[in-house]
Design a protein around this ligand. Structure first.
Ligand code: DC
Length: 229
């Protein structure tokens, strides 16, 4: 069967990664969570003290980019790949609200994007890949056979994220999570380099009122139709 590229973009906490992961598994494709890559670079910047509440030292981060080694390693037990930053598993750390608060300002740095986009294009060279992010259908793989743009209301997304963080044992406040979702939407959509926008040929998918099973069914059947064409 021919292998294709599936690009899934959209706002934060729309459930992109959940659906992308399921889709990749069902198709026997590789799944790449590009948000994890931006999060790992952010964690690196935080650890080095390049970014904090009142500080963003772009020059130091850019000149240290060569020191950042990112790798995805498949975890058999979990059934998905985990993010490694310079040899260390950082899967838990990169999902905290602290990292979420700094990731958008880091993701708008051009040199960061250039480095990560090149890595992503290399990973998808052989096709047979489901990649999710913000600029996959517009910048990373403009020729992807399938482009999906996922959206849902900010309140629904904040609630999902809030529940996720609570389940992980983080003490969070719903209003704070909602504020973070709205701030990230604003920065991600208005940044100069590769802003979040729907590719002209992407299919919009609003899942505000759709369960996971229905989302998966629809996407999987659609993917099969494209692959079998
Ligand atoms: O998908 P996520 O919420 O884990 O992504 C974290 C941040 O990274 C998000 O606020 C925007 C940024 N990002 C990006 O700019 N480009 C991508 N391809 C993926 C994520």
């Amino acid at each position: 069967m021919t292998k294709i590229t599936i690009a899934i973009d959209g706002y934060s906490s729309t459930g992109k990664s959940t659906i992308a992961k399921q889709l990749a598994k069902a198709l026997g494709y590789v799944y790449v969570d590009t948000g994890a890559m931006y999060r790992a670079v952010t964690l690196f910047a935080m650890q080095k003290g390049f970014i904090s509440e009142n500080k963003k030292d772009v020059n130091s981060l850019v000149s240290s980019l060569d020191e950042i080694e990112l790798e995805f390693e498949y975890n058999e037990t979990l059934g998905f790949s985990e993010m490694y930053l310079n040899g260390k598993n950082v899967e838990k750390e990169i999902r905290t609200l602290a990292v979420s608060q700094f990731v958008s300002p880091v993701a708008e740095i051009e040199a960061v994007r250039t480095k990560l986009v090149a890595m992503q294009q290399k990973m998808g060279k052989a096709k047979g890949i489901v990649m999710d992010g913000r600029d996959i259908g517009t910048v990373v793989f403009p020729d992807a056979e399938i482009k999906i743009f996922m959206s849902a209301s900010p309140e629904k997304r904040a609630y999902r994220r809030y529940k996720e963080l609570l389940d992980k044992g983080e003490e969070v406040d719903y209003d704070e999570v909602l504020k973070n979702v709205q701030q990230r939407d604003a920065i991600d959509s208005s940044r100069k380099v590769s802003p979040l926008r729907k590719a002209k040929d992407a299919i919009e998918f609003d899942n505000s009122d759709m369960g996971l099973e229905e989302q998966f069914e629809r996407m999987y059947n659609f993917a099969l139709r494209v692959i079998e064409k």
